[in-house]
Design a protein around this ligand. Structure first.
Ligand SMILES: [Fe+2]
Length: 234
């Protein structure tokens, strides 16, 4: 399974983080090959503190080197961010919301080196079958289809026959000891009692070391040439 990763300086590269539940980002020391001085694009899917994203956090990530922010089912949690979604082209909401929803479902951003065009689909969905099927449907039409939402990284990263990098789920940037980001004791108690935990105690993002999941995609002429999934403990 998988496509062997071969470094080719002539190929553009795009780094995509998994769903974020903590602000901690990728540091250069954690991933020396991802220095900003190289022509690498960065995209990050954001779930801030389990409650959507704010314009302040979005700007922090953008100033920190992220080129494009994607969002998911938590995008409407913070009303404050609606105007930011509508005005800043570096952040997108899911594309399948009705016309008239704040923001945009796709964006076009210049490559850091002014070079090739890459088309990346952040497929924010739960069902693995739907995600795999969409990967094949889009194979050869886009550079990469990268799944998010489950917060659990899958081991199926590969370049499909038509030249599209695919991965069912990139994973999460969030606390290592947690249940997909939330304090484990809260979620375990919810499953044991079947009572809705949010009525007793707010979901709380767990403390401790952060696991950063990501996928690095290389591309040439819009076609993927490799995909490398990795995990870094920060
Ligand atoms: Fe989600």
């Amino acid at each position: 399974m998988g496509t062997p990763w071969r470094e080719n300086p002539a190929h553009g590269r795009l780094l995509c983080d998994g769903g974020r539940v903590r602000e901690t980002g990728l540091s250069e020391s954690a991933c020396p090959s991802c220095r900003r001085s190289e022509s690498i694009g960065r995209a990050a899917q954001v779930v801030a503190n389990g409650a959507g994203i704010t314009s302040k956090l979005a700007l922090k990530l953008l100033h920190g080197g992220v080129d494009v922010l994607t969002t998911g089912n938590h995008v409407w949690r913070q009303k404050e961010v609606y105007s930011f979604l509508a005005t800043d082209e570096r952040i997108v909401r899911p594309a399948n919301y009705p016309a008239g929803s704040p923001g945009r479902g796709l964006t076009v951003r210049p490559a850091a080196d002014g070079g090739e065009v890459a088309i990346v689909v952040d497929l924010h969905a739960e069902a693995t079958s739907e995600k795999v099927a969409m990967g094949h449907y889009l194979d050869g039409r886009v550079t990469a289809v990268l799944g998010t939402h489950t917060h659990v990284q899958t081991s199926d990263a590969r370049v499909l026959p038509g030249g599209t990098a695919y991965m069912t789920d990139v994973g999460m940037t969030g606390p290592l000891e947690s249940v997909i980001g939330v304090r484990s004791d809260i979620i375990v108690r919810r499953f044991l009692t079947e009572l809705p935990a949010q009525f007793e105690v707010q979901f709380e993002v767990a403390d401790g070391p952060v696991r950063l999941d990501a996928a690095l995609v290389s591309a040439d002429g819009g076609r993927a040439t490799g995909i490398l999934a990795f995990e870094v403990i920060l």
